[in-house]
Design a binder for this molecule. Structure first.
Ligand SMILES: Nc1nc2c(c(=O)[nH]1)N[C@H]1C(S)=C(S)[C@@H](COP(=O)(O)O)O[C@H]1N2
Ligand SMILES: [Mo]
Length: 337
């Protein structure tokens, strides 16, 4: 089976292959992994008026979440002049391979995910390791609303109002040792509730894992999110706890986190393990470094249709350069993609 790969400069938006390319390709190849060489929001925290966003499906928030609502810092960070993606799109066009590889699969299948009770483990190079029930884990933190662009490596994007707290606040609590240089995030592994983990041709070596350098994790833009659109996270968006790192491609933002580990060495991450030549550890949004199979110069902003594709230029660091460029001073971002 020959698959011809156009050079990045020939790529049109319509050529972009989703990350699920690997799944279908592996099926074609009869399961041989070795053959994969290709490389203005009012203050609304009023329970009577639960959300300022249109058409938000109400959830069933746990009590600890409801208790934090009235003390939430709304619009702590916003995106000027770009519309917030409708709730419907943000919750029905998802990547969450634990529930299947089609964009609609997570919304359809993630009802089986049980998010209460939920336990988070903190371990590795920390002075204060621990194992917490989520409501205890969340106790020290005030929620902030962070309206961020989300840019997927597949060249589509959204603007999502997350609710969470800075990852740096967690790091202060757990006291990384002097050996801690990286942080690793691990998603739940539970084939009973996650059909994608049962499928025969799942190429991912579960659980899904991601990581950051410690100084990246300390950047004030990096958050752990527990909500979006004024409510708790829907399952398909990574309930009950996920990472959001807005200057990096979406795959860095691991969902449904059960374990956070401080490490002395750079952790192996899921997409890097699948195809290191295409998905790097850094994965900073960069319009000047193309994916081997498509351009990263522009993106499709959802909602996007045949007659209004809504294409826009991709910005360096997804528009967050002022805040994060200094993290990469002196680094060759072509090599460290
Ligand atoms: N555990 C896990 N986390 C994940 C993924 C996944 O498949 N599994 N997909 C990633 C990708 S590729 C993207 S673009 C974002 C999508 O987040 P959203 O569905 O909330 O928009 O989640 C990321 N986090
Ligand atoms: Mo993605």
């Amino acid at each position: 089976m020959l698959i011809s790969l156009p050079s990045a400069s020939d790529c049109k938006e319509s050529d972009v292959t989703p990350e699920s390319f690997y799944f279908s390709r592996r099926a074609l190849l009869g399961g041989s992994v070795a053959a994969l060489t290709v490389s203005a929001l009012p203050r609304w925290a009023d329970a009577a008026d639960p959300s300022p966003y249109a058409d938000v499906e109400p959830g069933t928030a746990p009590d600890w979440f409801k208790a934090k609502l009235s003390d939430t810092k709304w619009q702590a960070v916003t995106v000027k002049g770009e519309a917030i993606t409708p709730f419907k799109d943000a919750t029905h066009y998802n990547n969450f391979y634990e529930f299947g590889t089609d964009k609609g699969d997570p919304a359809k299948s993630s009802g089986s995910l049980k998010t209460e009770p939920w336990t988070v483990v903190i371990d590795g190079e920390v002075g204060k390791p621990g194992r917490y029930a989520l409501e205890d884990f969340m106790k020290p933190y005030q929620l902030e609303e962070r309206i961020y662009r989300l840019r997927c490596v597949e060249a589509w994007s959204m603007v999502i109002p997350w609710m969470g707290f800075p990852l740096s606040a967690l790091l202060k609590q757990v006291e990384p040792t002097s050996n801690a240089k990286y942080i690793r995030f691990e998603t739940l592994q539970d084939p009973k509730s996650m059909p994608g983990q049962r499928s025969d041709f799942a190429l991912i070596d579960w659980p899904y894992a991601e990581g950051l350098r410690l100084d990246e994790a300390m950047n004030p833009l990096a958050i752990l999110a527990v909500g979006m659109y004024g409510r708790e996270l829907p399952n398909q968006n990574g309930a009950p706890l996920r990472l959001v790192v807005p200057w990096k491609y979406g795959f860095k933002s691991a969902k449904s986190i059960v374990r956070i580990s401080l490490m002395s060495e750079q952790p192996k991450t899921t997409w890097q393990t699948i195809a290191a030549s295409e998905y790097g550890f850094y994965a900073n949004v960069n319009p000047t470094v193309d994916h081997p199979r498509w351009t990263q110069a522009h993106e499709r902003r959802l909602p996007s249709g045949l007659f209004s594709p809504n294409i826009r230029q991709t910005e360096m660091f997804n528009g967050y350069g002022e805040e994060v460029a200094s993290l990469y001073a002196g680094m060759d971002l072509r090599k460290n993609y």
